[in-house]
Write a protein that binds this ligand. Structure first.
Ligand SMILES: Cc1cc2nc3c(=O)[nH]c(=O)nc-3n(C[C@H](O)[C@H](O)[C@H](O)COP(=O)(O)OP(=O)(O)OC[C@H]3O[C@@H](n4cnc5c(N)ncnc54)[C@H](O)[C@@H]3O)c2cc1C
Length: 408
């Protein structure tokens, strides 16, 4: 007769491992089924290999307000397993020392994401079945009776589905968990890449590749209407833009692109209004009055940006600065305050940090993570239709929903 586990966890990512550790600690007989040779492949990439475990925010309503999609659904999980509970769990239970950096971002003191994976799997390493994908479920009425794999069928009293979304499919999350959920009646809200770089139409952008912008304001516009605007850091890529503020704005931009054209407006000097900036340019031009225009912007702009701004300004690059007219100076100031780029599209799943969309939250009990359709099915992590900005918010979803699914 086939063995019946207490819980089968499908997917050994952040959410699945957290669930499994907690089930084990609660004395359950568990099995983690993971398609990769080893669990936690995506965790290894998080926080540029350092793993931004969470965000240090103890104000629950403020924390929830930061989530870009279905934040209120997380109230049930975050009020039962908070940021502080997460920090305590890592430090006291899993013995991983954490530290808080700029922007309330929490990392392991070792700066090594692999330590997080090791801590999460050390107590359950015997319970992991690697190199195995769950292909389907067998059901009877509204119960799952087994998870079907090429290695056979595995049965449990209950199942936690933690197969992630569609982002970074190279890590194992190719979206087939959605098919599993759908096969037992769940609705999947169309998955779309989120927290993803943006591709622009302008070919000359390649010349700016690698240029980082600090303290800029970028606004996304559709037919002159503001969609979203953020202040902070961004970076030019070979075909568009990335960096924290672009990544955080990307899904809003993606949604707007479905309706029409989107432009980015970059304010390189957000601390100066147009009048003050104009006075600053006048004073620079006065100092450099014997220079030609193309050699006059070093105090205002990074060097790789100067030829582009010179070209877009329409001012003769060889013109003596002293001869530049008020109108021409106005055009320059305009470019510095409102530098436009046309968005072509969002980059794809290979570069998306998370997935927007997934298992419909209306079909999950937010206080237990239990399916409202299937008696013995629970969900955890990115596969649920909820996501947050960069900075530890997405792993916090995994820790809280993972623990809740285990404890329920
Ligand atoms: C480059 C990058 C950096 C990031 N940095 C951060 C950060 O610093 N902080 C932060 O909060 N968030 C970060 N994120 C987001 C965060 O990593 C994810 O939201 C989180 O890891 C999702 O965890 P998960 O367990 O839900 O899914 P996943 O980590 O995707 O795990 C799902 C697991 O299920 C397995 N699986 C899938 N289908 C099956 C199947 N049918 N059978 C068996 N196994 C299956 C997969 O192989 C995988 O191991 C980052 C994401 C990326 C891509």
């Amino acid at each position: 007769m086939r063995k019946t586990y207490d819980t089968i966890v499908i997917g050994g990512g952040a959410a699945g491992l957290m669930s499994a550790v907690e089930c084990k600690r609660l004395g359950q007989d568990i099995l983690v089924i993971e398609r990769n040779p080893r669990p936690g492949k995506k965790i290894a990439l998080t926080g540029k290999g350092r793993c931004n475990v969470t965000t240090l925010n103890h104000d629950l309503s403020d924390l929830i307000s930061k989530y870009q999609r279905n934040g209120k659904f997380l109230y049930g999980a975050f009020s039962r397993f908070s940021v502080q509970d997460t920090i305590d769990y890592f430090e006291k239970t899993l013995k991983i020392k954490l530290k808080t950096e700029r922007g309330n971002r929490v990392f392991p003191v070792s700066n090594n994401a692999v330590d997080i994976i090791y801590a999460l799997q050390k107590e359950i390493s015997e319970d992991i079945l690697p190199n195995t994908s769950v292909l389907s479920f067998k059901t009877e009425g509204n119960q799952i009776v087994s998870a079907v794999t090429y290695k056979g069928e595995f049965s449990a009293k209950r199942y936690i589905l933690a197969t992630g979304g569609k982002s970074y499919p190279i890590t194992g999350s190719n979206g087939d968990g959605y098919t599993l959920a759908q096969s037992v009646g769940h609705t999947i809200v169309e998955p779309k890449p989120a927290l993803v770089p943006i591709i622009c139409k302008e070919r000359w952008i390649k010349k700016l590749e690698g240029l980082s912008l600090l303290n800029v304001r970028i606004t996304a516009l559709q037919e002159k209407k503001k969609i979203v605007s953020k202040f902070g850091e961004a970076i030019f890529t070979d075909n568009g833009m990335s960096g924290p503020i672009i990544i955080d704005m990307s899904r809003y931009i993606g949604d707007a692109l479905e309706k029409g054209k989107v432009e980015l407006s970059i304010d390189f000097k957000p601390a100066l209004n147009r009048e003050v900036l104009d006075r600053r340019v006048i004073s620079d031009f006065h100092l450099l009055r014997n220079k030609v225009f193309k050699n006059s912007l070093k105090r205002l702009l990074p060097s790789s940006l100067i030829p582009i701004v010179v070209q877009l300004s329409g001012i003769d690059p060889e013109k003596k600065v002293a001869e530049i007219s008020k109108d021409e100076r106005g055009k320059l100031v305009n470019l510095l305050k409102d530098f436009r780029l046309n968005v072509l599209k969002l980059d794809g799943w290979e570069k998306a940090i998370v997935t927007a969309g997934g298992v419909d939250i209306k079909e999950i009990d937010s206080t237990t993570m239990k399916s409202k359709l299937i008696e013995n099915l629970y969900f955890a992590g990115e596969m649920i239709d909820v996501y947050g900005p960069t900075g530890g918010y997405n792993l916090q979803i995994c820790w809280s929903t993972g623990i809740l699914a285990a404890r329920s």
